[in-house]
Write a protein that binds this ligand. Structure first.
Ligand SMILES: [Zn+2]
Length: 182
């Protein structure tokens, strides 16, 4: 009985292996040493995001985030994080920007969005790039879908390295979208 038992388990294992595929996900992004290495247009957008970050309402975190986007129609739209004493009510800069863009210029694509921050807490620095939070990634992917164009992201801090990501949906693989509701 023993050998038969092992053979059956062996067959079971083999069958499962044969029906399993693994897939890999990866994406490339550009890394620049500083804002000075960006092209003129990207550098200007990131600088505007740094400037607008100071308009954030962030009395609880002291983490001031600014986002500035160039739309396909040439208009510039911005957003900053808006916190609330009821913490979950807080709105991120990226989603503030998306709501503004969609309200002022519905159906217009966003070509590029620069996102940066200034950490006002003591003994902190603002020298590494930040990336949108999970909730904002979901919103960015929805926006790309509704206007049919990827959003290019420039991710920075108040100094230091800058990342450039060609499509926001690169940051949210296997994302849940409207297609899943069909
Ligand atoms: Zn967010």
């Amino acid at each position: 009985m023993g050998p038969h038992k092992y053979n059956l388990w062996g067959l079971f294992y083999l069958t499962n292996v044969l029906f399993m595929n693994s897939e890999q996900y990866s994406f490339e992004f550009e890394v620049y040493n500083s804002i000075d290495d960006l092209n003129k247009e990207d550098g200007a957008l990131l600088q505007q995001a740094r400037d607008i970050a100071e308009n954030a309402y962030a009395p609880y975190s002291n983490f001031f985030v600014g986002a500035v986007a160039q739309l396909a129609n040439g208009k510039i739209v911005s957003g900053t994080n808006q916190e609330n004493a009821s913490y979950p009510v807080t709105l991120c800069a990226e989603r503030a920007l998306l709501a503004t863009a969609a309200s002022l210029y519905p159906k217009i694509a966003i070509n590029t969005m620069a996102i940066t921050y200034h950490n006002h807490n003591q003994n902190s620095d603002s020298s590494h790039p930040i990336s949108p939070c999970g909730m904002c990634r979901q919103s960015l992917v929805e926006y790309e879908g509704r206007v049919g164009q990827p959003i290019r992201l420039i991710l920075g801090g108040f100094e230091g390295k800058v990342y450039v990501v060609e499509k926001a949906n690169s940051l949210l693989p296997l994302s849940f979208t409207s297609k899943d509701l069909l």
